[in-house]
Design a binder for this molecule. Structure first.
Ligand code: AMP
Ligand code: ZN
Length: 116
């Protein structure tokens, strides 16, 4: 289910080995535009450190809060904080996870339906 970091697409983007449309970066986190956007704003925020799924955060659940904090700032920067937006994280197959390096989706810029 979980690939290791050597095979991980998002580790490669974080390392600069694969180009990403980067909109934010700090020492521990990076954010880039989704390659297949589901809304006018569709940004993925990831920790640079490889964590395969939210099941694997173990005692470090605060990493999810750190992702959210960056999502909230990006929402403001994108001008969608007042109109509204959604943050979400998918876990494993039935949750719709396709890239096994945790990421928070930030979606906005249109009226979102319940699941899209
Ligand atoms: P998830 O289904 O929650 O695992 O989300 C994975 C997301 O990664 C999808 O929305 C994809 O469109 C996106 N994605 C896949 N490859 C890339 C890439 N090279 N650059 C940016 N986003 C990507
Ligand atoms: Zn990774």
């Amino acid at each position: 289910m979980s690939e290791n970091s050597a095979d991980c697409l998002f580790c490669k983007i974080a390392a600069g080995d694969i180009p990403g449309d980067i909109v934010y970066e700090d020492d521990q986190f990076i954010a880039f535009n989704d390659i297949n956007p589901q809304a006018p704003v569709h940004i993925l925020i990831i920790p640079k450190r490889h964590i395969a799924t939210v099941n694997d955060v173990d005692g470090e659940a605060e990493v999810v809060g750190s992702l959210a904090a960056r999502a909230f700032k990006l929402a403001k920067k994108q001008g969608i904080d007042q109109s509204g937006y959604r943050i979400l994280m998918n876990c494993n197959q039935e949750g719709g996870q396709t890239v096994y390096h945790i990421h928070m989706h930030l979606l906005g810029g249109k009226q979102l339906g319940f699941l899209g």
